[in-house]
Write a protein that binds this ligand. Sequence first.
Ligand code: NAP
Length: 474
Amino acid sequence: MLYINGEWRKSNCGDTLEVMNPATGQLIKSVASGGREETREAIECAKEAFKTWKKATGEQRGSYLAEAVKKMKEKADDIAETITLEMGKPLLDAKREVAGAISYLDWYAEEAKRIYGETIAASHPDKHLMVLREPVGVTAAITPWNFPSSMITRKIAPAIAAGCTVVLKPAPSTPLSAIKVFECFHEAELPKGVVNLVIGPAEEIGDEMTENPDVRKLTFTGSTNVGKLLMRKSANTVKKVSMELGGHAPLIVFADADLEAAVQGVLLTKFRNAGQTCISTNRIYVAESIANEFGKKLAQEVEKLTVGNGIEEGIDVGPLINSLALEKVESHVEDAIRKNGKVLCGGRRVEITKGHFYEPTVINNAHDDMKISTEETFGPVAPIFTFKDEAEIIQRANHESYGLAAYCFTNDLGRGHRMVKELEYGIIGINDASPIVPQAPFGGIKESGIGKEGGKSGLLEYLEEKFVSINMGN
Ligand code: NAP
């Protein structure tokens, strides 16, 4: 169903979209699919709603978000199950995702009260200079399938806390989770038109969102190529944009590191969500002197991971989202093997029902000329590269175009600080493989994105500064 102006409805021409289960290849459900016309209607409603929503106090906006938190907690298990069914991650991970999604609503429910302006020292005694922060306006949001609930709340929570209204397009493979999240907003009785959901063909919806001058802000999470396209399309109406794009995270293990912790770090950053995460480790750089030991320990742990339908108990790695994703992973592994990569474990498809499963894989002897060293694999494949010294690894770890997340394991405090200074990434975890929290800014540099989500910075993305100069003299 589409959700426009506080009502659940079908599309104007009755089109539908089939949602498939990637673990079984079976149809889960058909949902209404709208296009340009419905997007335009949703934008008009969001524009109308903005007139009053922007005047609500921070406390009022925060209280709606707090109500949405309650509703989402009540439905948490149901939403998690829906996530597992439509995108495949194991149920426990889906529950973790929903908890994360709620944490953004919760944090911005409080932060809605904390929007501040500034006064500036004037150059004339009769002048009073102020900076006001006001909501940008109607916001168009586009989200991917890999975190189908938290990617939504990470955008909507700060947007409505700031006083913006939103039209959201989720990924077509995961509209059911989006519908469940919007049910929470509906039950929290958010005023009509404040949040709207349009499901349907990307280009049609995207064109309306980018070309419509009433949309003043575009926030996108997805691949770098689509992000660039949307930036180009938004240029004609000079929209404010936030882009959360692709990544290619290095994970560096120095010889002085706690190896057990580093192995656990790889398990978390590489195999959770079957490696389909923008901050997934893509390159594991291990100091030459400990590389064999590390590879052995990692492969031993990876072999214990259970692959299967995430809805069943005890599953660690679910299916990939579709057959194209599976083919990409396969091609990266084949390329690595052709270029003398050694498979320590995994390396093949897993035939379970009609799902898109791939074995958790560790590849030793990885090289910088392999596809896996520059392209996002988006799958459960861990390539181990070796390095000699700090200077070399700083130069190799910095990707030429991506700059989202990087991880480093070392027990040398000074080295940890030097790595923080030298690594060109928006998020850095030192001996920490799970650095993401709602109160901190999440986002990349270089071609991994523009702008931040989370924390105070996340709220500023939805606010515009207005400078006021008052001449108090007669
Ligand atoms: P994608 O192909 O770029 O799609 C993302 C969203 O954009 C989907 O809803 C998609 O709909 C839509 N889209 C595609 N073309 C569009 C167009 N011309 N106009 C408007 N919307 C359009 O990315 P994905 O494969 O779903 O997600 C994986 C990528 O997202 C990876 O690169 C990953 O690193 C990145 N990601 C980044 C972050 C971050 O925070 N930095 C977080 C999660 C994921 P359709 O599916 O219908 O095309």
